[in-house]
Design a protein around this ligand. Structure first.
Ligand SMILES: Nc1nc2c(c(=O)[nH]1)N[C@H]1C(S)=C(S)[C@@H](COP(=O)(O)O)O[C@H]1N2
Ligand SMILES: [Mo]
Length: 254
């Protein structure tokens, strides 16, 4: 849809109040949650702005021929802690992702539960802030599908990913956060597969985030829990991520 068409559609929508039309329009459609949020009128102008200049572009996707021979791991190459070690020893058969916080239906999702959700496979480039890139084929559950199940409350603004490792000798747990815009993006995945195989330990087994238009440090590996929050001021250093607490930008768009 061109910007002009989008503007025209929006004008029509705002005049008629016909928000349901949105669900028929691919470019504008969101989850029911999002449409529900729209129904509260104070959010409407905010929405109009987003629809006209969306932060929704798709990241470039590549072909199989472009896949890097080795998907270079970085940061922690294994989870740590008793719980993670116990789960890993049993091939993650007893793993369950906890999803809680500001949601209507808190959930515990096994790998089989996650694999039963709508999934996506995409060949994308991973860019690390250190200046190197790798291309890999990721398979995972769409994060939007998880959110449709747990139903974030209207006050929900961010998802915080709690990981099983503490990086280096800091003793602090790795964690990351993204906003709802990225959470509902169609390429945002909870990945359990890399290059046609089960996600290797070094790359974040059993589950890692793919948020394709941001730098590598946003892509939390060894995810144990997702907490839905209104703000992250009281979590760890208060800046929304392990590296953010050490000075990196919270929004690492590329
Ligand atoms: N839990 C956790 N997630 C993490 C990291 C980490 O150390 N721990 N490192 C980040 C960084 S800086 C990068 S570049 C990528 C590396 O992903 P890869 O190991 O699959 O290449 O993971 C990110 N996610
Ligand atoms: Mo990185």
């Amino acid at each position: 849809m061109t910007d002009n068409n989008r503007r025209r559609l929006l004008k029509g929508l705002l005049a008629s109040g016909g928000l349901l039309t949105l669900t028929g329009c691919d470019k504008l459609s969101r989850s029911d949650w999002f449409v529900d949020t729209l129904r509260s009128s104070e959010k409407l102008s905010n929405f109009a702005q987003h629809a006209i200049t969306p932060r929704k572009a798709m990241a470039k996707e590549f072909t199989r021929a472009d896949i890097s021979p080795i998907h270079r791991p970085n940061g922690s190459t294994n989870g740590s802690g008793q719980e993670y070690q116990r789960l890993a020893a049993n091939n993650f058969a007893d793993y369950a992702l906890r999803v809680d916080g500001l949601v209507k239906n808190p959930a515990r999702l096994s790998l089989n539960d996650l694999k039963a959700l709508p999934s996506r496979t995409q060949i994308t480039r991973h860019d690390c802030v250190e200046g190197w890139s790798v291309i890999g084929e990721w398979t995972g559950a769409k994060l939007s599908a998880v959110l449709e199940q747990v139903q974030p409350l209207p006050s929900a603004r961010y998802l915080v990913f709690h990981c099983a490792d503490s990086y280096g000798s800091t003793g602090s747990r790795y964690y990351e956060s993204i906003d709802m815009e990225d959470a509902y993006h169609p390429q945002t995945l909870l990945a359990y597969g890399l290059n046609g195989e089960t996600l290797p330990t070094a790359n974040g087994a059993p589950l890692r985030l793919r948020v394709e238009r941001q730098l590598g440090y946003k892509m939390a590996k060894f995810i144990m829990a997702i907490e839905v929050v209104e703000n992250f001021e009281d979590i760890e250093g208060g800046n929304g991520g392990f590296w953010e607490d050490r000075g990196y930008a919270w929004y690492a768009g590329i």
